[in-house]
Design a protein. Sequence first.
Length: 552
Amino acid sequence: MPPNSQLPRQRTPALSRRLTIVLTIVLTVALGVPVVSAQDGSTPTPQDSAIGPDGEIQRCTAITEPGNYHLSSDFEASTDGTCLTIEHNESSVTIDGNGHTLQGPGMDGTTGIAVDPGQDAGSVEIHAITVAGWGSTGIEHMNGDLTLRDATVTNNGDGYRAQGMNSGTLRNVTFTGNDGAGISTEMIIDLRVDDVQSTGNDVGIEMIDGGDVQVTNSHFTANDGAGISVGHSMNAAFSNVDASSNGGNGVLVAGSSMGTQATFEDSSFTANAEDGLEAVYYSGSNDQVDLTNVHIDENAGRAISTSDTSNGEQGDPAVVQATNVTLGGGLAVDFERQGLTIETEKTDWSATDTMNITGSSETAVDATFDVGGANGQLWQQTDDAWNKQGEYSTSDGRFEATIGAGTWTADSPDSTPTQDATATPSGPQSSGTTQTSPSGGGGPQAAGQTDTATSGTNGPGMQADSDTLSPDTESTPGSNTTGGGNQVNTIANSPTDDPESPAGQPDTETVTPSDTDQDEDGDGVVGDGPGFTGLTTLIILVGAVLLAARQS
């Protein structure tokens, strides 16, 4: 039997345990496995919990306690129902999306966020979030007080739907690409909408069955149907809104025997595929639409249309009132509560467009004609012939006259209507001019002003259709500017340089850097390659373990 000194040394249990601990730490560091530690002596939250200890929402769940919650990354859910339900019954709840997306599966019957805290609950605020891909509704508001701001709601069934005894505020929100309405309300208490862009939906905004709604500084453009739809029993006020370039009416107001009130000021209804404003009412109701400083022009249908669903006749009941409503083509109208229809058509001989008014024997409209001269002539079409109704002195090229039902136009004295232009207008015809709507956060332009920006672009909360590229840093001839992972070499040009580049202009070369020129693993060291830090740590610590074992 060999001496004890020649026998292999047996590792003690303690040493084996120490080696196990060290190797565990080595593998943990090398592989990047997070170590969950308790704070302030509390029990760590399990990794599969729906809500983390700091309020991070990690998966679909019901929020039943007041507090502040947030997303720390994009959130893609596969649920076939509602992802987040807010059910608290006291105090307040805030969800901060931190610019991330709550992405749904795109299936019918799914809802992104449902707010139903009870009628006597505190407030709920949701901000800085994108809610997308929910087949039923992006955000459903059933009860309580909700504020939604600085958000995008896109590619859902309805974008935002409020139904029940609730109050809501929507501010700086973009609703786009939703199969239903961007905004939909039914039987609510009140809703405040400001700085909203609702475009590319089936309907921009629709409301029905009661409630007070105030909308300011918002755009409802390029929707498949109406831009704005006001249903029965509503009290709705709109200021500085744009309802343009929609596939249906710019504005549709459908009243009822319960009465509907809709007011519009400093707004525009332009370039829609149907009427600028269509008002449909029940006989004997208290429905009314008030228009103040509204611009209505270039719609394929009529500028203003009213009808009575009880008997199908125009002009009963009296429903529309207009103050300084401009119609384009040198026309503007003012009138008290009346049921009437106004359509315009361009002519090739008169200074203004023609205006065809359909109403009753009591119809009276104070019309303004802009003929651009010192004097003007008023013409009316009767029995396919134009008859001069009077001459007027003008102020700033305009004159006013009170007119009734019929077809009217105006000109200057040195122009005489031709008999080739005697056909009764059947409705506005396309002039080849595209009316565009206001851009940016400035809101729709005031009535009578000319819109110049493309409809629906650069609105609140929206991204532009194209990006304008500009240098990240100042560039001088012969200098290198690095950004975004590629290196751009700017070389001063001379007349003998690239013939396709003008003399004196710099030639630009784009050089793709090698992998060793980049910080791929985010450790602040360029050129180490992915995983370098972890690998180095593994080698060092394993070496230390082996050395310790050998010395033991």
